[in-house]
Structures are given as C-alpha cells and as structure tokens.
Write a protein that binds this ligand. Structure first.
Ligand SMILES: [Zn+2]
Length: 156
C-alpha cells in the first residue's frame, strides 16, 4: 500500500494512489475527501450559525500551545474546545467502518488509532481545565450550534 502522507493540499491527511483506490467510486472518494476539508460542509455550517448568533471564536488552533492537537472551534477565554468529528475518520457508530469494504482491516486499525487519539485529546484538555465538546458531523448543524452557544453562554 503506497500512502503519500505529504499531500500539499491543506487538510488532506492522506492520499492513496488510484490503482489502490480506497473508495469504491470517484463520487465516494470525493465525498470522503470533502469530509476532511476544514472549510466546507458541516463544520462551516456550524461556524456560520454560531457567528450569526454573536459568538466569537478561533478556528483550527491548538487550545494548549504545548500540546500538538488542534481543535476545530476554540473559545480561548471560556476555555472551550469544539471538535466536529468526521463520521468516517473518527469511527461514528452509525456511519463509521461500514461505509467502506476495501482494505477494511487497514482502515479499521487507522480509525481505531484516531479514536484513541481523540480520547487522549479530551483527557489532556480536561486535565488543563478545558471543556471539550465533540459532535459528529452527521448531526444537524442547528442543534450543534445551539449546544455550543449554550455552553459558551454558561461559561461567561
Ligand atoms: Zn455519523
């Protein structure tokens, strides 16, 4: 399996050569790549909604400067870190590993590492006094935005 982990495209963490296509159709491959993109889809929808609600936040930064993990949406003063987790990459029980069938063992291992890493991120941030909010990307952005606004409001 030849992985190119240094794709120049920002936000794309890996790329598999075409002959070893990990998605069964170009449409699915595009969809999966879109799921990695930071400025499209569910995350952007959530950001638009909370911005419209008057919340101010930072995007894609490290909540803790010396901890090399970024959060999708960060409220520095309130110490709230928000993650909008892609269903495929973070092992959503509804849309996780069932959505692919080629190289299943490889992807399951990779996703399981992501899940472990996610748990570790939560632990580290909470230990540093942060609140961590994680949402699956399949959730209704309006509900996610509402939940974030509520947390930020009560942290003021
Ligand atoms: Zn899902």
């Amino acid at each position: 399996m030849s992985l190119n982990t240094r794709s120049p495209e920002r936000g794309t963490v890996l790329f598999v050569t075409a002959e070893e296509s990990w998605a069964s159709s170009p449409a699915r491959r595009r969809n999966m790549q879109a799921n990695r993109s930071r400025d499209t889809g569910p995350e952007l929808a959530v950001r638009r909604l909370i911005h419209a609600a008057g919340l101010r936040y930072r995007v894609d930064i490290r909540p803790l400067p010396d901890f090399r993990r970024r959060a999708d949406i960060v409220f520095t003063r309130q110490r709230i870190a928000v993650f909008i987790d892609g269903c495929f990459w973070h092992g959503c029980p509804e849309h996780g590993s069932r959505s692919f069938n080629e190289n299943a063992a490889y992807w399951e291992q990779k996703i399981s590492r992501n899940v472990d890493r996610d748990a570790d991120t939560v632990e580290r941030l909470e230990a540093a006094g942060w609140r961590v909010l994680r949402f699956w990307e399949h959730l209704d952005p309006a509900h996610v935005a509402e939940a974030i606004a509520k947390e930020v409001g009560s942290a003021r």
